[in-house]
Design a protein around this ligand. Structure first.
Ligand SMILES: Nc1ncnc2c1ncn2[C@@H]1O[C@H](COP(=O)(O)OP(=O)(O)OP(=O)(O)O)[C@@H](O)[C@H]1O
Length: 698
């Protein structure tokens, strides 16, 4: 039995103090996070919030501060403009317009909110029911909402008014019910697309109930849409309410309403035109405020289009580009790389812009490599080593909030790292193209393959319709599609993954690029299709003379297709050189370990009895040590590895290696151990123990 020890008073005090400190720091973090919320960073939304809040407060406290009651009449100042006594003038009965506007505000806003609550709640619940239930329930609900949408809303509202009188809350609630049909359709579309996400399938496999899935996985994804719909309905509700009051179906007289006041003003448009201004302006400002808030809330950065940078990100990138351009060395090194189709990356660094360009966490540091025309360079390493960031920086497509913080990307002598977004548009597609891991993402599900190819060819090569159609067919044939004519007419979802990757390659070739950046183009494909795509890329390089930067974590792919390889670890190149040299004679322990862990990488060597593993994982950028970044996982690390390590000649051709022990390891001919469990256990003769270890590793 484990003995229990009663906590002492000192322990308890310490824990209470720690808990209070945690709560304080969590509170501060929450306040800091909220202050960065898009609602508070959009000037329009902030103005809208201030206006609505002021209106509500002023309206609710109106009896305390307004100089006149709503029904007070001043016959000495009928239809007057602004005066010291009546700041916004008076109406035809000498009633103070300012007092009436504020007295009517709370009612107008409150009943519009009622429309929002009823409409959005009903629309959302119906949409969630439809999305989660079977086809029959969805069919029944959808038919019901279609009927609602086909009914003449105005007539129904007038009929309701005929039945219950001008009871504005009831009328606005009915309006909410009528509007819920439209909201249902918008939300259902999005809910169904969320239902088809992989994480929803995973939740189903985990045994979550349909209700649990809807609430936990689907509803949060709908938040943006719901908020935008709510703001829209709020604004529409206010306008409809004003419209009803305008035609005489507002709150009973003498209760003021904005619509009623506008109607009164419309009768004096010639003799007292000012009368229309205050109420009209307040109504317009309130509607605009609701829309501005909805806009800001709905504009979740990266939510709908993570690849499109926000305005702030664009400004940030422009600043980073300017900084890089001013820090770039003279054009002399650029001139040396002017040959057509030559890429030369020099000391490239990429980082997060959290504290301004160049001041955030670095993600890639000091990366250099060259790619000659007609050759393939492999960027290889585990997940999180910075391969994708390096590759995307070549196209100026780094995600929002990440930018190049130093170094040069020399393409035909031009430094792309210091090029504006606008200039990059002329390079992307035409000179450098991209194919990605998921071909389906490159293809728009809404359009046929033919349409997408034609549109790209017309845009990039300025072709006419007929010429583009012919070229699209040629391109598909070039990437090995035999029935090109049929594929041109199909939609992306009608073709297989391998076929989609061929189409994506054809799209990438549309602009006749000289460099293709291929970000793990075969990872999502099965092995036979992988081989086909690799041999297609090889053939394209040979036929067209274009070069390829191939991002991969698979040394087998490197062995198959790459002329040069740059092994990346924790944001750095740790070894580079000619592929066969590196595969036959790796100098960095990380390369050694990757090779020992990959049975297909080196065809020359016999399949080992057991595969190696690399203990631990790639450190997060914020945890990179100042010395060798691989030291913590390295079987050969020693005290010399705590100092920063430069890239040094590896002694194999023109290769470079970032390891202080590279020469010693080469001389001693050391191998990466097959496992990180002590060698005595791995090689242990005792059959029982060996079986257990074998099982564990499996
Ligand atoms: N948008 C981002 N903002 C901040 N950090 C990021 C962003 N995207 C990636 N990172 C970080 O940058 C580092 C490098 O990521 P990168 O995607 O380049 O790695 P990778 O080697 O290509 O991995 P994978 O093979 O999984 O794509 C990782 O630590 C990752 O967490």
């Amino acid at each position: 039995m484990i003995p229990t020890v009663a906590p002492t008073r000192a322990d308890q005090t310490e824990r209470t103090t720690a808990a209070a400190a945690n709560a304080r720091s969590a509170g501060k973090a929450a306040i800091a996070k909220f202050s960065r919320h898009r609602l508070l960073t959009s000037p329009g939304a902030v103005t809208g919030i201030v206006w609505l809040a002021a209106l509500v407060i002023a309206s609710l406290t109106a009896p305390l501060w307004l100089p006149f009651k709503t029904e007070d009449q001043d016959f000495t100042a009928v239809l007057s403009g602004p005066t010291a006594a009546h700041w916004l003038g008076t109406d035809e009965l000498g009633r103070d317009i300012l007092s009436r506007i504020f007295a009517a505000a709370a009612g107008t806003l409150g009943t519009s909110l009622l429309t929002v609550i009823v409409g959005v709640a009903l629309g959302t619940v119906l949409a969630m029911l439809s999305a989660g239930a079977g086809e029959r329930t969805e069919g029944a609900i959808s038919r019901g909402t279609e009927i609602m949408m086909s009914l003449p809303g105005t007539v129904i509202i007038l009929a309701v008014i005929g039945a219950v009188g001008t009871n504005i809350p009831v009328v606005m609630a009915i309006l909410g019910i009528l509007m819920s049909a439209g909201i249902y359709r918008v939300i259902l579309g999005q809910a169904k697309s969320l239902q088809s996400q992989l994480y929803v399938d995973a939740a189903k496999v985990d045994g979550s109930s349909p209700l649990g899935i809807s609430v936990r996985h689907v509803l949060p994804g709908l938040a943006n849409t719901i908020v935008v719909q709510a703001a829209l309905i709020f604004a529409v509700g206010m306008l409809i309410q004003a419209g009803l009051a305008f035609i005489g179906f507002g709150p009973p007289i003498p209760q003021p309403s904005w619509g009623g006041m506008i109607q009164g003003a419309s009768q004096h448009v010639y003799d007292a035109p000012w009368m229309m201004v205050p109420t009209g302006a307040v109504l317009a400002l309130t509607v605009l405020s609701a829309n501005a808030i909805g806009n800001a809330l709905g504009k979740a950065p990266n939510a709908s289009a993570p690849h499109l940078p926000s305005a702030a990100a664009r400004r940030q990138r422009a600043k980073a580009v300017a900084a890089i351009a001013s820090a770039a060395p003279s054009d002399r090194s650029a001139k040396a790389h002017e040959a057509k189709g030559t890429l030369s990356v020099r000391n490239l660094s990429v980082g997060v812009d959290s504290a301004g360009p160049g001041k955030g966490v670095p993600l890639v540091t000091d990366v250099s490599f060259d790619v000659q025309p007609g050759t393939v360079l492999g960027l290889v390493g585990e997940s999180g080593c910075g391969k994708t960031m390096t590759a995307l920086s070549l196209l100026g497509l780094l995600p929002s909030g990440v930018s190049v913080t130093g170094g040069q990307i020399l393409w035909n002598g031009k430094n792309l790292a210091a090029t504006t977004d606008k200039d990059m548009e002329a390079v992307r597609g035409r000179e450098i193209a991209l194919i990605s891991q998921e071909p389906m993402r490159a293809l728009d599900p809404m359009f046929t393959v033919g349409y997408q190819l034609n549109a790209t060819l017309r845009r990039l090569r300025g072709m006419g319709r007929a010429e583009a159609r012919n070229e699209a067919r040629n391109l598909l044939e070039k990437v090995g599609i035999v029935d090109a004519e049929r594929i041109l007419k199909t939609y992306p979802h009608q073709i297989s993954g391998g076929m989609a990757q061929r189409v994506a390659i054809a799209l990438a070739l549309s602009g006749r690029p000289r460099l293709l950046v291929a970000d793990e183009p075969t990872t999502a494909l099965d092995v036979t299709v992988q081989a086909e795509i690799l041999s297609l890329l090889r053939a394209l390089v040979k036929d067209t003379g274009m070069s390829v930067v191939m991002v991969t974590h698979d040394l087998g792919v490197v062995a198959d297709i790459c002329d040069q390889v740059a092994v990346m670890y924790a944001g750095q190149v740790v070894e580079n050189g000619r592929t066969e040299k590196i595969l036959d004679n790796p100098r960095h322990p990380y390369t050694l370990a990757l090779l020992a862990a990959d049975p297909h990488a080196n065809h020359a060597h016999a399949m080992p009895e057991r595969l190696a593993s690399i203990s631990g994982q790639v450190p997060q950028p914020k945890d990179w040590p100042s010395g060798c970044r691989f030291a913590a996982r390295c079987q050969f690390a020693g005290s010399a590895c705590t100092d920063p390590v430069p890239l040094l000649p590896s002694g194999t051709g023109e290769g470079l290696v970032r390891c202080v022990k590279a020469d010693q390891l080469a001389v001693e001919g050391m191998d990466w151990l097959a496992t990180d469990v002590p060698a005595s256990q791995v090689l242990g003769i005792a059959p029982k123990q060996a079986t257990i270890i074998g099982k564990d590793l499996a």
